[in-house]
Write a protein that binds this ligand. Structure first.
Ligand code: CTP
Ligand code: MG
Length: 227
């Protein structure tokens, strides 16, 4: 299975002096943990690492230092996650008919979750990992007044991996570009095109490292795993 890892963001909410995927967690750059999980997954055979051109040398150094056996290809990212994934899709080799996409910032994923998504993607054309939400979610208007409380039993928090039929996802990206859809994940493009997306049970620990407190959580979880 081919895997694209978008890692070309700026990490603005982290507030660090560099892209958050380059920050050190438990003795390694954050992105190294993501790559090691992908390497340990049995079904991942090709990795496209999507990075900012300014980070290219550092990212190459990181994956060289890990001695991975899975081939890793560097792909230049774009201004938005959507644009970065689009570039990744164009860089896939012709034989890739299905693709998994996993945020570089989700460095706590287990190899098993990659494998479960890859296996499920053999029988469907769109899927995402997700977990049931624990909090009660409120929809709130601009004046911070509650508009409604959706039934929590129907609410799931989207994670990655997200996996798709490559040809279908490419056509959803083109349609999204034409119609200027602004989405934060690939499943939303699929949904907007009226295509079904299957939910695969994700992992509570598969958090997207976004703010400094997430970095502390990642540090703690990785330290627990090494015991
Ligand atoms: N990403 C990307 N290209 C972009 C923006 C984001 O490849 N132009 C990647 C990030 O590197 C990250 C993933 O998409 O691995 C999820 O995005 P997010 O958590 O929002 O990361 P950033 O955009 O870097 O963070 P922020 O929004 O706080 O700036
Ligand atoms: Mg972002």
């Amino acid at each position: 299975m081919h895997l694209l890892i978008p890692a070309a963001g700026m990490g603005r909410r982290m507030g660090a002096d560099r892209n958050k995927v380059l920050l050190t967690v438990r003795g390694r750059p954050l992105i190294a943990w993501t790559l090691l999980a992908a390497e340990a997954a049995q079904r991942i055979t090709w990795i496209g690492l999507i990075g900012q051109p300014v980070d290219q040398a550092l990212l190459l150094e990181i994956f060289d230092s890990l001695g991975l056996t899975t081939p890793v290809h560097f792909i230049a990212g774009g201004d938005t996650r959507q644009a970065s994934v689009y570039n990744g899709l164009q860089a896939l080799p012709e034989e890739a008919t299905r693709v998994l996409i996993h945020d570089g910032a989700r460095c706590l994923i287990s190899p098993d979750l990659f494998d479960r998504c890859a296996a499920a993607l053999e029988n469907c054309s769109g899927l995402i990992a997700a977990v049931p939400v624990k909090d009660t979610i409120k929809q709130v208007d601009r004046d911070l007044k509650i508009e409604n409380t959706p039934d929590r039993r129907c609410l799931w928090a989207a994670q990655t991996p997200q996996g798709f039929d490559v040809a279908l996802l490419k056509s959803c990206h083109s349609k999204g570009q034409q119609l200027q859809w602004m989405v934060t994940d690939d499943a939303a493009l699929f949904e907007n095109c009226g295509l079904p997306v299957q939910v695969i049970p994700g992992e509570e620990t598969n958090v997207k490292v976004t703010t400094p407190s997430d970095l502390a959580i990642a540090e703690w979880i990785l330290s627990q795993r090494s015991h």
